[in-house]
Design a protein around this ligand. Structure first.
Ligand SMILES: [Mg+2]
Length: 236
């Protein structure tokens, strides 16, 4: 009988490298705008459109944990500034649809899918992301019991809401759960503060040093099952 019941997983930079995915999604987003909203592209470069989005958030902090709505609302405003008037909201939604479709085009880290499949036979797997990747659209999503985004609970890691959601679904205590993620604050400190065990994913070329609060670390997905096993063995 396993003492650990729940494995919660971060997504970006834990299941895949996020930078190339975001870069490509941004390119798809902007090139779609080039075709549908030339006056916007004339006024905003990719960089100044991003600066506008950040400025929009300062003026509308309610979008802080609603990153999809934030992108749509800020683009709507930018389009209005360029004279698109009542068409702005529709154009923004269409451009976002292109962005979010590209956002799902991820390449899993080597061995990730095999290990996930194997782990799903013994544990409940739940994904917890601050981003807007949707695991339900990935083949690997079939091994997960549930997938939650910060947008669903209007709170991002390291705040407790996403972690508590996973514990609630799994019906287990934090000491029966391991959170696996790359970010030392959002993932490791956030989960540890609630009493989860933590395993730090050190998979990107510029991964930070293992955090003192992480119980284990891995830099190859094939190592993960034995790291989990080691934590099982120290439990009473
Ligand atoms: Mg991450």
């Amino acid at each position: 009988m396993k003492k650990i019941k729940l494995l919660s997983f971060d997504l970006d930079d834990t299941l895949w490298l996020s930078k190339p995915v975001i870069q490509r999604a941004e390119q798809v987003f902007y090139s779609y705008l080039t075709t549908i909203a030339p006056a916007l592209v004339e006024r905003f470069s990719p960089e100044s459109l991003r600066a506008h989005r950040l400025d929009f958030l300062k003026r509308h902090p309610k979008f802080a944990h609603q990153i999809s709505q934030w992108r749509i609302a800020s683009l709507t405003e930018a389009l209005e500034l360029c004279g698109y008037k009542e068409k702005s909201a529709n154009i923004a939604r269409e451009a976002f649809a292109h962005f979010i479709a590209a956002r799902q085009q991820v390449t899993l880290f080597p061995y990730c899918e095999n290990v996930i499949r194997e782990l799903s036979q013994n544990y409940m797997l739940i994904s917890l992301t601050n981003g807007n990747a949707d695991l339900n659209q990935q083949p690997v999503g079939q091994y997960f019991h549930a997938n939650f985004q910060a947008e669903h609970v209007n709170a991002a890691k390291p705040e407790p809401a996403l972690f508590l959601k996973a514990l609630d679904i799994a019906g287990c205590k934090p000491e029966e759960a391991i959170h696996i993620g790359d970010h030392i604050v959002d993932d490791i400190s956030g989960a540890k503060a609630l009493g989860f065990f933590t395993i730090q994913a050190c998979l990107k070329p510029d991964s930070p040093e293992p955090h003192a609060l992480s119980d284990e670390q891995f830099n190859d997905w094939r190592e993960l099952p034995s790291k989990i096993e080691q934590l099982e063995q120290i439990l009473p």
